[in-house]
Design a protein. Sequence first.
Length: 468
Amino acid sequence: MNLPVTKFPTLPRWSYWLAAAVMLGLYGICSIAPREDSRPLGTVADIASLAKRDDLNVVFILVDTLRAQRLGSYGYERDTSPRLSKLAASGIRFANHSSQSSWTKSSMASLWTGLYPSRTHVLRYDDAVSEDARMPAEVLRDAGFHTYAIWRNGWVAPNFGFSQGFETYHNPQPVPIPASVRRENPSLEQGGSDSEVILSALEFLRTYGDERFLLYLHLMDVHQYIYDADSALFGTTYSDIYDNSIRRTDGHIGVVIDALEKLGLRDETIVVVASDHGEAFSEHGYEGHAKDLYSEVTRTPWIVSLPFRLEPGVVVDGPTENVDIWPTLFDLLGIAAPDGLDGRSRVPEIARVASTDGGATRLRFGELDRNWGQTRKKPHPLVAVSEGSFRLYYDAEHPDHPELYDLEEDPGEQVNIADREPERTARLSASAREQMEGRPSPWGGGAPKVEIDDMQLRQLRALGYKVD
């Protein structure tokens, strides 16, 4: 059953500004310097014992549009993410991770359900997650968790089915951005910043920290290229500003971690950092995302920080996907996952500190309908199929021209080797066609269509998307 979506009560505007001023003061105090990590030292063997605990919380941080290659823990030379690097160094980092699509709604439907887009059927702009889907917030709510979400991206709005299982699904009121904060993406018009998300998160932790909870934060500053004077470290080009915004968001995440420390919740909380897709800077002729499935828009981070420190941290080198995230978390929490998922738990790889566990032969998929935002046009499916270090791109409108790359030798995907690998190309192309045909979802139906009103359309267009 889907509980009603609730929000904070409407308050006089002056009281909101007063509360925001107080919380910003606390925010500033928290962000002066990282708090000392109070978690006990653990071992890989201790991971198995997590499933026996009944006090664990989950803080799930989704950084919209975060490209893995722009993080220090993923080898980037710039210091864009010191707090995330610290989380990874004492936790678990999945080094070869990918999303299921390059635009938010389709990707997030797969992340939450553990199913590929061809099974969620969330492929076009008016598709919604079925009410029959069994979402993680529903599973955790039924297991006794207080479920709370704070979001700013209209593609995960409640009418698209993403509020299922959340007792509170909160879209914070935008606050005018101060002069010290800059928004450098001219195509974006949506107001506010992630400061409102962080302030709401701090208030939630202060109020409900003594209850078992799932807290989902969907951060948007990187998508909007928002940064401030403290994070303006890397220049003024489009790519530089993207890095600046990552540095600002890294600080936001640090504030949440410090709040967990201050409230005594760090040693009973699993912190997860992931993303819906990456961002392109003309590597294959496009800037932005939601246009193709190359690695720059689908290679995303996945970092898990446990209630104890791992020294050194665990690096899982084998390929993983966003559909694996919640099966893994369910396994860590000792909670049964819904049946029929495409994703699988990665706890065995973590426990063995293994690199593949058969990942070289398991096929992995990314999917995009290139006409997802244009209802007057017929679907234009694009499928990416990964097998070990090889990745094939299959365009349904150009079936005789697949692209095949070996990411181990060509990580930038610049040299198409389809002609040199005809057998592999033919086999993976057949898998792509089979994927496009789709398999039934566990709930048996497709994605219901949602009628989007003019106000919501304007909000979605304000994010820079072309939707007709």
